[in-house]
Write a protein that binds this ligand. Structure first.
Ligand code: NAP
Length: 250
């Protein structure tokens, strides 16, 4: 039986750990060739590459570089073109937090979070979209957050970056639609990864209490939606913001 993404070439930024890793593995399990990017954790990247290969993605690779660096995006697009012959699916997932209250937040903290989460997605989109335009088709999925929809205390930098990602995606969807390229946004709620493991007990308790389904989400909960949006079956869905949040937003 062939998978949902058989023969597709996918790029997942920040795909070595957490949600990105789950998306990469799900894609490979559905028959895609998957390349991930990461910035510092070599061991996690090597482990993920190995797992991707075991799932049948023999061209799996982990490219190291900073999402906030436009030159890195160029290098990655060049790699996709040379080694995979193009790119059918781009998931802009790389993201960081640097929480702090507005009145105490340093401008550097604001700039760093926006540079990674928002500028990074723009840089990658700018380099990968031309490959998709040439192919006359593609799937772009940008990983935002419910913080970008409803705000969150202590996250003016993060929420701004994630809200910005929504505007960027809607505009890109309009620009690229005529080439059969869809652009959608997935907005996770509270998901079990290293990012949320950094929160203290009280913050975790409060976050779970706000979830309608009463539990923390798993990275796979997000990956299942990403795989569908990346597939041919989602060809008539574009410019949507879909929350995977257990009803935290209700
Ligand atoms: P995570 O566990 O901290 O993993 C982050 C991944 O991004 C890692 O692979 C990391 O690479 C990579 N990364 C970080 N900074 C990077 C940079 N400057 N350049 C390139 N790669 C970079 O995070 P996560 O929880 O899976 O989050 C993934 C995405 O989902 C983020 O955009 C986040 O904002 C969003 N999100 C998460 C949640 C949640 O509850 N977890 C909720 C809403 C939205 P290294 O391993 O090298 O550090």
């Amino acid at each position: 039986m062939s998978g949902l993404l058989e023969g597709k070439r996918a790029l997942v930024t920040g795909g070595s750990r957490g949600i990105g890793r789950a998306i990469a593995l799900e894609f490979a399990g559905e028959g895609a060739q998957v390349v991930v990017t990461y910035v510092s954790n070599d061991a996690a990247a090597a482990e993920t590459t190995e797992s991707l290969k075991k799932l049948g993605s023999e061209k799996a690779a982990a490219l190291k570089g900073d999402a906030g660096d436009p030159a890195f995006a160029k290098t990655v697009a060049g790699y996709m073109k040379e080694n995979l012959g193009g790119c059918d699916i781009l998931v802009n997932n790389a993201g960081i937090t640097d929480d702090g209250l507005l009145l105490r937040m340093k401008p550097e903290s604001f700039d760093r979070v926006v540079a990674t989460n928002l500028n990074g997605a723009f840089y990658m989109l700018r380099e990968i979209a031309p490959l998709m335009v040439k192919q006359r088709g593609g799937r772009i999925i940008n990983i935002s957050s419910v913080s970008g929809i409803k705000g969150n205390p202590g996250q003016v930098n993060y929420a701004a970056s994630k809200a910005g990602l929504i505007g960027l995606s809607l505009s890109a969807a309009k620009e690229l639609g005529s080439r059969a390229i869809t652009v959608n946004v997935v907005a996770p709620g509270f998901i079990r990864t290293d990012m949320t493991a950094a929160l203290n007990g009280k913050q975790t308790e409060q976050s779970i209490a706000a979830v309608t389904l009463g539990r923390i989400g798993e990275p796979e909960d997000v990956a299942h939606l990403a795989a569908f949006l990346a597939s041919e079956k989602a060809g008539y869905i574009t410019g949507q913001v879909i929350a995977v949040d257990g009803g935290i937003i209700l």
